[in-house]
Design a protein around this ligand. Structure first.
Ligand code: URA
Length: 274
C-alpha cells in the first residue's frame, strides 16, 4: 500500500524562502509565534493553475504544518472541487503566524517586512505565468494581493483575480450576533457570483466539469477533504478528515494561548475499528 505525501521545501527557491522567514517582523503580542511559521499548501512544482491567498493559520494548521486544512480549508477545497481543480492549486496565507487579538490582523496589514517576504513567495509562484486565477479570501488577503500587484512583478500578472468572502466569515459574523444562516447565504451569494468568472478563467482544470453553483446553505457535501498529497509524510488519516480534532483549551487567556489539544475523533479511533 502506498501513501501520498508532500515532500516539502527541499528545492529552490522554496528552500531559501523557508530558511529566511522574517521571525522578527511578527511581534509576539500580536501573533502566536510560539507555534512557528506555517508556509503554504499545494503544488510548488509549477503545475498550479489557481492560487488561493488565505489569512492566517489556526490550531489544525499548527499541527499539520500546512495552511488551510481545518474548517476554512475544507470549505475552500470544496470551492476548488466545483472548479474541477483537484491538484493544480497552491495556497499561501497573508500571515505566517496565527493572529492574536481582534485587531492584530488589521494593525499589521501594511507592515513592510511582512509584505516583502510575502512578495517573495508571490513572485516565485506567479511570475512564470502558469497560474491563471487568484482568489483572495477576506479583506486582509485582498489588501495583501493588491500590494503585490503594485510591484513590478505584480504588474506583469495578467490572470483573473477574485476577492471572496473568507470561508469562516459566517462563523465570525454569528459570534457577533448575525444569524449564521444569513451570513452563510451572503457568503455563498458572493462565491456564486465569482464562480462563473473563475470557471471561465481556468483553461485546463484537472477534472473538467460543468459549473454547479451553491445553494442557500453550505452542506457537508460542499466540503472537500484535504488530499494526503498536500500533507507531510506520515500524518495519520484522521488529521485529513472533515472532523474538528484540534482546539485551544485553558482557563485563562495565558493557558489558552499556551495549549493546543488534539483529540482523535471518536469515530476514527483505529483501536475501535474492526
Ligand atoms: N484560515 C485561513 O485563512 N488560513 C488558514 O490557514 C486557516 C484558516
Amino acid at each position: 500500500m502506498s501513501h501520498d505525501f508532500d515532500a516539502g521545501y527541499g528545492t529552490q527557491p522554496w528552500a531559501s524562502l523557508v530558511a529566511e522567514y522574517p521571525a522578527d517582523a511578527y511581534p509576539p503580542a500580536d501573533f502566536r509565534v510560539e507555534w512557528g511559521p506555517i508556509f503554504h499548501r499545494g503544488r510548488l512544482d509549477g503545475t498550479a493553475r489557481l492560487l488561493v491567498l488565505g489569512q492566517d493559520p489556526g490550531p489544525h494548521e499548527a499541527f499539520v504544518r500546512r495552511i488551510l486544512v481545518g474548517e476554512a480549508g475544507q470549505r475552500a477545497q470544496g470551492l476548488l472541487t466545483r472548479l474541477g481543480i483537484e491538484r493544480a492549486y497552491v495556497m499561501l496565507n497573508t500571515y505566517l503566524y496565527s493572529v492574536y487579538g481582534q485587531r492584530a490582523g488589521e494593525q499589521h496589514a501594511a507592515d513592510a517586512a511582512i509584505a516583502a517576504y510575502r512578495h517573495r513567495w508571490l513572485d516565485a509562484l506567479l511570475s512564470d505565468g502558469h497560474v491563471q486565477a487568484v482568489i483572495a479570501f477576506g479583506h486582509l488577503a485582498d489588501t495583501a494581493f493588491r500590494a503585490w500587484r503594485a510591484t513590478p512583478a505584480g504588474h506583469a500578472y495578467d490572470g483573473a483575480y477574485e476577492h471572496l468572502t473568507h470561508p469562516t466569515q459566517p462563523d465570525a459574523a454569528a459570534r457577533g450576533g448575525t444569524p449564521f444562516a444569513v451570513a452563510m447565504k451572503k457568503m455563498l451569494d458572493n462565491w456564486n457570483a465569482a464562480l462563473p468568472r473563475l470557471h471561465a478563467a481556468i483553461g485546463d482544470p484537472d477534472s473538467p466539469r460543468s459549473l454547479v453553483l451553491y445553494g442557500d446553505e453550505l452542506t457537508a457535501a460542499d466540503h472537500s477533504a484535504i488530499p494526503a498529497a498536500d500533507l507531510p509524510a506520515g500524518l495519520p488519516p484522521w488529521m485529513t478528515t472533515l472532523e474538528n480534532w484540534a482546539s485551544r483549551i485553558g482557563k485563562s487567556a495565558e493557558d489558552k494561548r499556551a495549549n493546543l489539544t488534539i483529540v482523535v475523533p471518536a469515530d476514527l479511533r483505529p483501536w475501535r475499528q474492526a
